[in-house]
Design a protein. Structure first.
Length: 240
């Protein structure tokens, strides 16, 4: 990132807790256009909550979070714990259980083309193949999502996050949708995302439980998780 450019995402000491539920805490990071941040977490829920906070779906309960010039922690009059969903062209989501699922009966191409139409309802392209090719999953375009192995599922999740040409793409490799993803496949996808982010000058944030995958990113954040951590899911209350 050039010295005079503002980061797409900037967070300072953000934490999230809700009643008895405690998630991540004191996270500080920035992600610029053309960069990939790997968020390393040993638990699924804190990583998911952090990415949903960047999308505006979960409002941090402390700290400051600015995404594409919008301060997502400034509106303290919002209901406790809730945020305002940023547009798909600002923050693109991959597959998130309960929040941004994908229909298992769709083909890979249908799922991404649908997301493209939702992002550009007035005449935007819905040709998913170039994006699928960039993510290395074009050869699986005609397959049903339910028949995919973890590696192409992860690449589909990435394609869905990128479908609206967002300022920041959010991909959760700790989500149950990609359960069983190997460390090698996570590393290969991270390298693919880094090349794509550089070419198209967008920011990417990827949650992962694989330390090796962080080495293929531009930078990494070790997520600070408070203990004890209750696993009742805050995301279940978030409406997409």
């Amino acid at each position: 990132m050039a010295q005079n450019e503002q980061p797409v995402v900037r967070a300072h000491d953000i934490s999230y807790s809700k009643r008895s539920y405690r998630s991540f805490e004191f996270a500080s990071f920035s992600v610029g256009a053309g960069e990939v941040l790997a968020v390393l977490s040993s638990s699924h829920a804190p990583a998911r909550d952090l990415l949903l906070a960047i999308a505006g779906l979960v409002r941090p309960t402390s700290g400051t979070l600015v995404v594409a010039g919008t301060d997502l922690t400034a509106a303290r009059t919002l209901p406790f714990g809730l945020g305002t969903r940023l547009s798909r062209t600002t923050a693109g989501l991959g597959v998130f259980e309960h929040v941004a699922p994908v229909q298992s009966v769709c083909t890979v191409e249908e799922a991404v083309a649908r997301e493209m139409r939702l992002c550009s309802p007035r005449g935007g392209t819905s040709d998913a193949l170039p994006l699928l090719a960039a993510m290395g999953v074009a050869t699986r375009a005609g397959e049903q999502v339910s028949r995919l192995d973890p590696a192409p599922r992860a690449r589909l999740s990435a394609a869905l996050a990128l479908a609206g040409e967002p300022r920041v793409a959010l991909i959760d490799l700790t989500d149950p949708f990609v359960s069983g993803l190997s460390a090698n496949d996570a590393c290969e996808l991270m390298a693919c995302l880094r090349a794509y982010a550089s070419e198209y000058a967008l920011a990417v944030v990827v949650a992962t439980g694989e330390e090796r995958a962080t080495h293929a990113a531009s930078s990494a954040l070790l997520l600070d998780e408070p203990a004890p951590l209750e696993m009742d899911s805050s995301a279940d209350e978030v409406m997409a």
